[in-house]
Design a protein around this ligand. Structure first.
Ligand code: NAD
Ligand code: MG
Ligand code: MG
Ligand code: MG
Ligand code: MG
Length: 335
């Protein structure tokens, strides 16, 4: 673990940022405000081209951004990166330049095999792009992971740290990792706990109450709406703060009933999920699903969108003025 303050090795480098979504916009703006030279690469007519131009960037097609760049940051959605690499990056990236990812999926699972004459590094801020930007603007930063996969220049680590500094991570905390650890822990977290685990827990709780005859509106408040209060306490102060702020009754119920819900069987199945991530089963299934046009993904997503908790939730949220208008980018935190 470290923070960095030494002069930035990227001081005279040209940085191409491919993608201008959650991470891309935040990185590009922070790097520029750190005095670095940034060009943005996007598909012509893509949804974010105008936004990048409005922010004052030179915007060109990805292949043109890559030509002449000393560092290429790949900040498009993960599933479009292999084709982008083949078409725009591989034929154009300078020998000795660095290719940078914010998530290790494609490199670790060999969806992208990088040319042997470039550095390959990772810088993954531990927060959504909006926070990476807003913290930077306040003179602070969001902690970031960094890793080196391939070092041909002898400076790959310095480049990764220089980039992490440029986006503000070095002001907070830089944690060294490798592509395997970043990829597998990221996938496990979102599948077992954050997206998969939490949503199934909420749905099961909602269904249990509604099937027992309680009003769906009240079930919604108890198992979905109020989850935010608890998660905010975790976020700010861990279990300690949560336990400090809930009643003694809630605490006692937590101690005796929580382990009846999440038990040794749950943990055993978490290990199976982790195993599927580690041995490549999940990556193989996901890339095949994507290539097939997302049939299961679309069906499963629709089932979530059609769940009764969504109807009752929409109705109730419309009556909570502080939730209007819909939360912006800050709430969109792709994992
Ligand atoms: P996003 O979906 O918010 O933005 C994607 C951007 O790429 C958009 O500007 C889009 O127009 C552009 N794009 C799409 N297809 C393209 C193509 N073929 N060529 C050029 N541009 C294209 O993406 P994001 O959430 O910022 O994720 C980017 C990377 O950052 C991913 O690797 C992701 O895993 C990683 N990451 C995201 C977060 C996060 O909080 N969002 C956190 C850590 C890491
Ligand atoms: Mg789910
Ligand atoms: Mg309550
Ligand atoms: Mg993720
Ligand atoms: Mg993540």
């Amino acid at each position: 673990m470290s923070t960095t303050t030494s002069p930035n090795i990227l001081k005279n480098a040209r940085i191409a940022v491919l993608g201008y979504g959650s991470q891309g916009r935040a990185h590009a703006l922070n790097l520029r405000d750190s005095g670095l030279d940034v060009v943005v690469g996007l598909r012509p007519g893509g949804p974010t081209w105008k936004r990048a131009e409005a922010d004052g960037f030179a915007v060109v097609e990805p292949a043109n951004a890559v030509r002449g760049a000393d560092l290429v940051a790949v900040l498009t959605p993960d599933m479009v990166q292999p084709a982008l690499y083949k078409e725009a990056i591989e034929p154009n990236i300078k020998p000795g330049a660095a290719l940078l990812f914010a998530h290790g999926f494609n490199v670790h699972f060999k969806q992208i095999t990088s040319r042997a004459d470039i550095d390959v590094v990772l810088v993954a801020p531990k927060g959504p792009g909006a926070l990476v930007r807003s913290e930077y603007e306040r003179g602070r930063g969001v902690p970031a992971l960094f890793a080196v996969h391939q070092d041909v220049s002898g400076h790959a680590e310095a480049k990764a740290k220089g980039y992490a500094d440029g986006i503000g991570g070095g002001r907070a905390l830089l944690i060294e990792t490798d592509f395997k650890e970043e990829t597998e822990t990221d996938l496990f977290g979102e599948q077992a706990v954050l997206c998969g685990g939490a949503s199934e827990l909420v749905i099961a709780g909602f269904e249990t109450l509604v099937e027992a005859g309680y009003q769906p509106e009240i079930a919604y408040y108890e198992v979905m709406h109020e989850l935010k209060l608890i998660v905010d306490l975790f976020y700010e102060g861990g279990l300690t703060k949560m336990l400090q702020f809930v009643s003694e009754t809630a605490q006692y119920g937590d101690y005796v009933s929580g382990p009846r819900i999440i038990d040794a069987g749950t943990k055993a199945r978490m290990k199976e999920v982790l195993n599927d991530i580690q041995d490549g089963t999940f990556a193989r299934n996901w890339t095949a699903e994507y290539a097939a046009g997302l049939p299961n993904y679309k069906r499963l997503k629709q089932a979530d969108l059609d769940h009764p908790i969504e109807q009752v939730g929409a109705k109730l949220r419309a009556r909570m003025p502080w939730l209007q208008p819909a939360p912006t980018e800050a709430a969109k935190a792709p994992l």
